[in-house]
Design a protein. Sequence first.
Length: 225
Amino acid sequence: MLLIAQDICKSYTDTQKRVDVLKGISFEVSAGEAVAVVGPSGAGKSTLLHILGGLDKPDQGRVLLDSRDVYAMNDETRAGVRNADIGFVFQFYHLLPELNALENVMLPVFIGSRGRISMTEIRSRAKVALERVGLGSRLDHKPNQLSGGEQQRVAIARALLNEPRLVLCDEPTGNLDSKTGEEVIALLLSLSREKGRTLVMVTHDENIARRCSRTIHMKDGLLGQ
């Protein structure tokens, strides 16, 4: 198994009231699977995704990525794993407005490589990544010159630049119209199959979930049927 979640629990305190968001989540994801996580708002889907990606430590439980305990690592090691092995695609594109598409894709690798990869190599890889998502002619365009679908494609290219083994998507079509959303999902699934990447996608859309190989249902911080 590439990804194993074991008894994941997470709570927050809101105005002195404890809110139990995740109440003991356990499941496994095989390498190369495309798994949809569905459920109503407030079910804990996004919290779970952030924990799986090493962004938010659980109160209880373990996350194993390729048999490595993500939260037994120190912060620096965990950050290195996120940069090398995990790609993130969010509902909001998180593109820097002052950078063009090529620079937005390059930036995380430039920061994460700490000089180990030349700027020329990073630029070349980013250009190829953007070409693969159909934006080879939009390299110099800034986010405000791109449509929502194009901005999400830039975000996908950025997420896949390091060829991560695991790609985590949080409502990747949430800001897109249905036609553009369908195109983005088809692109994600195609790129995932092409390289055998593992995909875990949070979505509220059952039609999108049916495109994946398996669906996990969540409700009130628990797994359902």
